[in-house]
Design a protein around this ligand. Structure first.
Ligand SMILES: Cc1cc2nc3c(=O)[nH]c(=O)nc-3n(C[C@H](O)[C@H](O)[C@H](O)COP(=O)(O)OP(=O)(O)OC[C@H]3O[C@@H](n4cnc5c(N)ncnc54)[C@H](O)[C@@H]3O)c2cc1C
Length: 78
């Protein structure tokens, strides 16, 4: 997992003032918007990967006979 894909960070900042090289310009504002949009996409993918991994672990746990009553595993999934 890269620094930019860390899924727990939920507040991202764009705007000309966040551009280290082109602050005070339309160009900097646009680049910062593209940069943060890329981060949003990275983080969405990271969350999806984590959800798939949790689902995979849950299935393995279920197959191995783990989980609580009613067929639920430790994650609360059936
Ligand atoms: C007169 C003038 C001429 C310029 N000419 C040029 C030029 O020729 N070339 C160039 O590259 N740059 C120029 N600039 C700079 C350029 O306009 C800005 O760098 C760019 O618009 C910044 O874009 P931004 O999206 O970061 O911020 P902004 O365009 O300032 O957008 C921020 C938005 O957030 C809104 N907002 C603020 N606070 C809140 C809040 N609490 N809640 C909700 N909304 C909020 C504001 O109303 C605004 O709509 C000029 C600026 C000015 C003032």
């Amino acid at each position: 997992m890269t620094k930019n894909s860390f899924p727990c960070v939920r507040l991202l900042f764009a705007g000309e003032a966040t551009s280290p090289t082109a602050f005070g310009t339309l160009h900097g504002a646009r680049l910062s918007g593209v940069r943060e949009a890329d981060r949003v996409l990275d983080r969405m993918e990271a969350v999806e990967r984590m959800a798939r991994e949790i689902g995979r672990i849950a299935v393995v746990h279920e197959v191995n006979g783990g989980g609580g009553g009613g067929g639920q595993n430790q994650f609360g999934f059936k």
